[in-house]
Design a protein. Structure first.
Length: 293
């Protein structure tokens, strides 16, 4: 099928895009990488009167470090994130998760802002943003507001964006001396995740100082697994605590059933992948502890 007719604009800056959103209101949709919106247009599941294409807005594509956080512009390509030396050294969890996003041609076009704003429950970036205590910067005609990632993803393909607003930046905290891992299961490499788990841990000897766990594919939106984190932070770091945390993670999620997996299978995957992610993250954390010591 082909999209329904629409008017097309290609602004060259975020300011121009906001002016167009203010002019056309609910009739306009923003186009970033197009990996999510274009299929919806082709199947006429979305039929906006106006498309505002952000691909010429060069002021929205950058990766910078500032005060212990990476600031990533909304139009930064996933491929740029995957191969960025700064991301690899400062946020290796994000680099690892990016390799699970679709295929290389997909990542060449896809953007971090498009993925976050689309809020697909199976997407990797929302889970990483939640695990990293990230924030998103939202701009509107009246100025900017900053919202925590955990508050931004409000439901199935639903984000806290109001009329006339656009996501312009993701801010992700660089965790100190931590181990990380991203585990995912899909039917084929590059398919949407059936379940994915992001893990970050900091260890001191046999204790876990901090743990961050988030899941995709097992809830209506990216979900932080706080109950599982608390188990790790209150016990010795060993096989028992890891298994207990993984079991708790499976209890916490709120998965749905579809043609790919049942509710029980998604819970099972959550437990298995949480255990794998934690074991790899703990191993990496201990390796860094030895090196730093």
């Amino acid at each position: 099928m082909k999209p329904a007719p629409f008017d097309y604009y290609a602004p060259e800056s975020a300011a121009e895009a906001l002016d167009l959103l203010a002019r056309y209101g609910a009739d306009a949709r923003l186009l970033a990488g197009g990996q999510s919106l274009v299929p919806l247009l082709n199947f006429r599941l979305s039929a906006p009167a106006v498309i505002v294409d952000l691909n010429r807005a060069s002021d929205l594509a950058y990766i910078r470090e500032e005060r212990g956080r990476l600031r990533i512009g909304a139009m930064t390509r996933q491929r740029a994130i995957e191969f960025s030396p700064l991301v690899r050294s400062r946020l290796p969890l994000l680099a690892e998760a990016t390799r699970w996003v679709g295929h290389l041609p997909t990542r060449t076009r896809g953007t971090i802002g498009g993925s976050l704003a689309h809020s697909d429950p199976a997407a990797e970036y929302p889970a990483v943003a939640v695990a990293l205590d990230g924030e998103v910067v939202i701009r509107n005609p009246g100025g900017e507001r900053v919202i925590r990632a955990s508050d931004f993803f409000v439901g199935f393909m639903s984000a806290a964006l109001g009329p006339g607003e656009m996501l312009i930046e993701a801010r992700l905290t660089v965790p100190p001396d931590s181990g990380w891992a991203f585990e995912e299961f899909s039917r084929r490499r590059g398919d949407f995740a059936i379940v994915g788990v992001a893990a970050i841990v900091t260890v001191e000897g046999n204790r876990c100082r901090t743990a961050r766990l988030a899941v995709c594919g097992a809830a209506p939106s990216a979900m932080r697994l706080r109950g599982a984190e608390e188990i790790l932070e209150s016990e010795r770091v060993d096989d028992r605590s890891v298994n207990d945390a993984a079991a708790r993670a499976a209890e916490l999620v709120d998965p749905g059933a579809d043609l790919h997996a049942s509710v029980d299978y998604r819970r099972h995957l959550t437990r298995v992948l949480t255990r794998r992610a934690l074991n790899r993250a703990i191993e990496r954390a201990r390796s860094r502890e030895i090196i730093d010591g």
